[in-house]
Write a protein of this length. Structure first.
Length: 403
């Protein structure tokens, strides 16, 4: 070959093609994973403190599409050491609203609803029925008992979490098919709860101010388990329902335990059916709901409420009484003492309305019930729930086209 002849040179290899992975590619690589299912899912989170922050963060990272967050408190400076979603500029703002905003910043495809209020008084049971699953991030026994009863009434599972210093527990409940929270309560638990319930409203108010010491690390562990178990349940996989995961950060140990169903627990019968009632809302007179229920059931014995309503407060000293119709948690400070003599007042509670009760002429709202609540009509051995689904969503709710 003539040395002057050009030696053919192969063209340079093209750079490797790098296909950008989708946001959830690593999750969708899991064999059983269904990202579209998570995008459709609706989760109610009760509590937006340290534990709730971790749960919300995880659900946003996982791409859950619809989340409602219930909490009554405002962000304080001390929250910043334990709550990943809050910033110094959030101080004084409602936790539920701040957490909802931060979740959307993590995942813009998440539609969030902030339910600012006390779970015992301000959140209608329709929100529990709206959810596919409920997650409890609570720090007191009474709220857990209410969430447990709400989930049992509407047939929804819930994942409970609790943390204190370096210890924590995550548990799943789905009555009537599994043990529920009340099944796990021992004699001491009931004594403490009943002691609080028997307290005056003034004493209840004082007890409500107590807090629980927590760490962000323990919240991370338990919040992750709660979110993970929720995702597993949504996918139809085996979960902690009826069981608990107990974590001890001091000794770096953990174990699971199974909870037996208490045969005397009231939440293990099939829940009564519930009708979506767009013709009813919180401004509907209870007498109108009574008449509709009477037609549906062929008669009516009572309308049952799902929460404690204070019908009136009475003064044991001078006999003066005052009509209230509010949940105990919303009684004003000046109603805790008699306006006439200054003595501490006693509450008279309302749980059910019979035929001819004066409150039937009031609206659900005037009786102290929150928007989107559920009332149960009872006749003979039959019970039917009516959801006040005509109530509009809270301000700021990012409505999904299906709603």
């Amino acid at each position: 070959m003539n040395p002057t002849d050009a030696i053919p040179v192969s063209p340079p290899a093209p750079p490797p093609i790098r296909l950008a992975e989708g946001r959830f590619a690593r999750l969708e690589a899991i064999e059983w994973w269904d990202q579209a299912l998570l995008a459709r899912s609706k989760i109610l989170i009760v509590g937006a403190g340290a534990l709730g922050n971790e749960v919300i963060k995880n659900l946003a990272l996982l791409g859950v599409g619809h989340v409602a967050i219930a909490d009554m408190d405002r962000v304080e400076l001390s929250n910043l050491s334990r709550s990943v979603l809050f910033r110094e500029t959030d101080e004084g703002k409602f936790k539920a609203e701040c957490a909802a905003r931060a979740a959307r910043q993590i995942f813009g495809g998440m539609e969030t609803t902030a339910l600012v209020g006390n779970i015992l008084a301000d959140v209608g049971l329709g929100w529990f029925r709206w959810a596919d699953c409920v997650i409890g991030a609570l720090d007191n026994r009474e709220a857990r008992v209410f969430v447990n009863s709400a989930c049992a009434r509407v047939g929804r599972p819930w994942m409970d979490g609790g943390i204190e210093v370096l210890q924590g527990v995550a548990r799943g409940f789905f009555p009537p098919r599994t043990a529920c929270y009340e099944c796990t309560m021992g004699r001491t638990d009931w004594e403490l709860l009943n002691r609080r319930r028997s307290c005056s409203l003034l004493a209840r108010r004082a007890l409500a101010q107590r807090g629980t010491p927590t760490t962000p690390t323990t919240a991370s562990v338990i919040g992750a388990i709660q979110a993970q178990e929720t995702v597993k349940w949504l996918h139809g996989r085996d979960t902690l329902l009826g069981r608990g995961f107990v974590f001890d950060g001091a000794e770096h140990s953990s174990y699971t335990t199974r909870y037996p169903i208490d045969p005397e627990c009231p939440w293990h019968e099939t829940p009564a059916p519930i009708e979506t009632s767009p013709q009813f809302n919180a401004e509907t007179r209870l007498a109108d709901i009574w008449r509709a229920a009477e037609r549906r059931l062929g008669g009516l014995d009572a309308l049952d409420l799902a929460r404690e309503i204070v019908e009136r407060v009475e003064c044991p000293a001078c006999g003066r009484h005052e009509e209230v119709f509010q949940p105990a948690e919303k009684i004003q400070e000046d109603q805790l003492h008699c306006r006439a003599c200054g003595a501490e007042t006693a509450a008279v509670f309302l749980h059910s309305l019979g035929r001819g009760h004066a409150a039937l002429e009031k609206s659900a709202h005037e009786t102290g019930l929150p928007a989107r609540d559920i009332l149960w009509a009872r006749h003979g051995g039959h019970t039917l729930g009516f959801e006040l689904s005509g109530d509009p969503p809270p301000a700021g709710h990012r409505a999904h086209p299906r709603e």
